[in-house]
Design a protein around this ligand. Structure first.
Ligand code: PMP
Length: 290
């Protein structure tokens, strides 16, 4: 039997139901997190729980749980669901209230729901690299908040799916921002370049871990705006996310990047990222080797 968390309690997954007037359901008025689990252990859970707290703060929801309470519940959920490899999905909405755009005037308890899903590392794609297409970034100007309002991201990912691609690379005019569910990096002359974590992108936890990994290994990083032209001229390109880790991009709009195979720095970063996972979660059975 599968279990989920509803309002701070572990319940049967089939009993975790919310009201039709939950503001997350009606307005997307809430935020979420996805935490990766390897070998039954959470990876970078503090960073994810801190980002959840930051997201709720930024939209004026006060979480009725501390990070410690939440962590305890998540550990229990992983055990009850016997989750070895997968994700924990958590979302917090402003709660249930009569439909009205402005916040409820009376106090409403925020609605926390959490469940788990088994997934494996996408090792085949990590070895071969993936195809992408460019698309204009039509989202709002607070992409730093991990909001439930994902319509822009949904429409973008659908374009990728229809083009037989893994991901889109979004841009505002000439400025490359991020993927629909990932951060985008390029490598040029041994320098790793990625958009700065401002209001136009989500500050990815994978991105931040990778930037520390680059610093440890004396790889030069520039967190700055880069253009479509720089992207097309890049030596290597890759994306990062909790589920994709470090995923090589070998094609953009039908044009090959680094001869259509994952570049050497991308491959090194995959290996080093794998070592970071192993430090926190123990040995990975499939190493990414070429
Ligand atoms: N940007 C967007 C829009 C995302 O949805 C994600 C995935 N949550 C990321 C970046 C990568 O974030 P993380 O590394 O924390 O999974």
């Amino acid at each position: 039997m599968e279990f989920a968390i509803l309002h701070g309690e572990i319940v049967k997954r089939s009993e975790a139901k919310v009201d039709v007037e939950d503001r997350g359901y009606q307005f997307g008025d809430g935020v979420y997190e996805v935490i990766r689990v390897y070998n039954g252990k959470m990876f970078t859970e503090h960073e994810h729980l801190n980002r959840l707290a930051k997201s709720t703060d930024s939209i004026g929801i006060s979480l009725p749980f501390t990070n410690e309470n939440l962590k305890g519940l998540l550990v229990e959920l992983i055990e009850k669901n016997k989750l070895q490899n997968g994700i924990i999905y958590m979302q917090v909405t402003r709660g249930v209230a009569l439909r009205n755009h402005a916040f409820p005037t009376e106090y409403v308890t925020p609605c926390l729901t959490t469940y788990t899903k088994k997934i494996e590392r996408p090792v085949d794609s990590m070895r071969s690299g993936v195809k992408t297409i460019l698309t204009e970034d039509i989202r709002w100007l607070r992409c730093d908040i991990k909001s439930l309002n994902l319509l822009g991201n949904v429409l973008a990912k659908q374009k990728a799916a229809e083009a037989g691609c893994f991901e889109v690379i979004q841009h505002r005019g000439q400025e490359v921002t991020e993927g629909s569910t990932s951060n985008i990096f390029i490598v040029k002359n041994d320098i790793v370049i990625t958009h700065a974590s401002d209001h136009l992108i989500l500050k990815g936890i994978t991105k931040d871990v990778l930037l520390v990994v680059c610093a440890k290994n004396n790889l030069r990083v520039e967190e700055r705006m880069f253009t479509i032209e720089e992207l097309k001229q890049a030596d290597e390109c890759f994306l990062t996310s909790s589920t994709s880790e470090v995923m090589p991009i070998v094609e953009i709009d039908g044009n090959k990047i680094s001869n259509g195979i994952p570049g050497p720095i991308t491959r090194k970063l995959q290996e080093w990222f794998g070592q970071e996972i192993e430090k926190q979660c123990g040995s990975l059975n499939e190493k990414i080797t070429f």
